[in-house]
Design a protein around this ligand. Structure first.
Ligand code: NAD
Length: 454
């Protein structure tokens, strides 16, 4: 190990921990250990693997509060959100455990014998996680990959390694075999890159920026390495004049402010039909002002700080002085605070309206009719999520089908569910995670024909 990662509490800027950063040699050694552990794991009885994953889920369940408080300290998430995140890890492990004994191949009719398919594990999986949802996103890869018979090496983000390290300890406590799940905190361009380049890593599961995702995809292409990418977003929230405007306006603030806007699904482009645009702004403004921004450990807080000074500077750079905005409040003093901000009167092509800000900032843009709404919604390189508000069921279906995005919700800002598929169109990603096929994504299909004529 060399170098070190300094973990700061984003709400206070106090040093929480110093964690050694993994080197390329550490990655080599971890892959060798993981490969050995994976062979025994894949050979174990499915019922035993399922039982161990359920036990892992139970141990996580016994440590929800501890994990949540650790997440608050390293990531500044509100305590309520952090508890949900730890619970999501437990639920993912339980869900994946239920799939171990159901991961069946097929029997296909052929002449002169039988033909069967096997869903074989891939081997060692590299999960490269971001800082915005350190625990859930780690578990999205970890749980189904282990359930399908693989080993996992998780590289958490530089700023948030602590919950990942604790999950690895809890896995051992639950009886998950040594080296089957390893956590290597480190820098992206060393530990992360070493996982991507390593010939012993069969698949990379990456969540983070579109820029890094493209680099990883290019490197994986060299080895035809499997890769899943969950990248950025600039998701629309389309409000039609026939919607329940009060409900749409009440839901809009937290649809882009939850997790301080550091959410790839944040609904940061609010598109409102022109004839109700002014009325919508009147309705939404009190909601922005009412968002409680402050100590993430206070149960009444809705929104905490941004993750880091880098992220704070990035968010500030988008909200230039010439912009008009409805603003909420934020604490002064130490911590990476930024107020809830809804930018009005802005061109759809302005950087704040077109690029992923990844902070508590959204824009509101008017549209004329359904066709115009769809055009504006799709006028982006991203295609992750989106919402639409209307009382017309035909329109709800038409627009849901017309918006090029992987995850849409009607009259809600439904969040991600582990049992439904999640992933992006266009430059928001590649492949799908979660949902009924989560385990299959960590397998290779092998077809075997057995002659009955010999
Ligand atoms: P990033 O893409 O640099 O980091 C994400 C993960 O990738 C981290 O674990 C990092 O260490 C790793 N990484 C970085 N470079 C790598 C490389 N060359 N090879 C392998 N792994 C590498 O994201 P960031 O710098 O933390 O954030 C920048 C912006 O990315 C944000 O402002 C936001 O717009 C976006 N972002 C999106 C998501 C998302 O959920 N889609 C998550 C985090 C950040």
């Amino acid at each position: 190990m060399s170098d070190a990662l300094e973990v700061l509490n984003p709400a206070t800027e106090e040093l929480v921990a110093v964690v050694p950063a993994a080197t390329r040699d550490d990655v080599d050694a971890a892959v060798a250990r993981a490969a050995a552990a994976q062979r025994s794991w894949a050979a174990a009885a499915p019922a035993d693997r399922a039982r161990l994953l359920r036990r892992f889920a139970a141990v996580v369940d016994g440590h929800i509060e501890e994990l949540a408080r650790l997440e608050v300290r390293e990531a500044g998430h509100t305590i309520g959100n952090a508890r949900w995140e730890a619970g999501n890890v437990r639920d993912l492990l339980d869900f994946a455990a239920g799939g171990v004994e159901r991961l069946s191949g097929r029997q296909i009719p052929v002449a002169g014998g039988i033909d069967v398919t096997f869903l074989e594990p891939l081997g060692v999986i590299g999960v490269i996680a971001p800082w915005n949802f350190p625990m859930p996103i780690a578990a999205w890869g970890l749980a189904p990959a282990l359930a399908a018979g693989n080993a996992v090496i998780l590289k958490p983000a530089e700023t948030t390694p602590l919950t990942a390290l604790r999950l690895a300890e809890l896995a051992l406590e639950a009886g998950i075999p040594e080296h089957l799940f390893q956590v290597l905190p480190g820098h992206g361009d060393t530990a992360g890159d070493a996982l991507v380049e390593h010939p012993g890593v069969a698949k990379i599961v990456f969540t983070g920026s579109t820029r890094v995702g493209k680099q990883i995809m290019a490197k994986c292409a060299d080895r035809v390495k499997r890769v899943t990418l969950e990248l950025g977003g600039k998701s629309p929230n389309i409000v039609f004049a026939d919607a329940d405007l009060e409900a749409a306006a009440a839901a809009a603030p937290m649809s882009f402010l939850d997790n301080t806007g550091q959410d790839c699904c944040a609904r940061t482009r609010i598109l409102v039909q022109r004839c109700v645009y002014d009325r919508f702004l009147d309705l939404v403004a009190p909601g922005i002002a009412a968002v409680a921004v402050g100590d993430p450990l206070d149960e009444k807080t809705h929104m905490g700080p941004l993750i880091s000074r880098t992220q704070l500077d990035r968010v500030r750079s988008f909200v230039t002085d010439d912009l008009t905005a409805i603003r909420g409040t934020a604490p002064e003093g130490p911590g990476f605070w930024y107020p809830p901000t809804l930018v009005t009167d802005v061109a759809p092509t302005a950087p704040v309206a077109a690029e992923e800000v990844f902070g508590p900032v959204a824009v509101v843009l008017p549209f004329e009719d359904e066709e115009d709404a769809v055009r504006l919604a799709n006028a982006t390189e991203y295609g992750l999520s989106g919402s639409l508000w209307t009382r017309d069921i035909g329109r709800a279906l038409r627009v849901s089908r017309a918006v090029a995005a992987g995850n849409l919700s009607v009259n809600s800002h439904s969040s991600v569910r582990y049992w439904t598929p999640f992933g992006g169109y266009k430059q928001s990603g590649l492949g799908r995670e979660l949902g009924p096929d989560a385990l299959t994504a960590f397998t290779e299909t092998k077809n075997v024909f057995i002659s009955t004529e010999a």
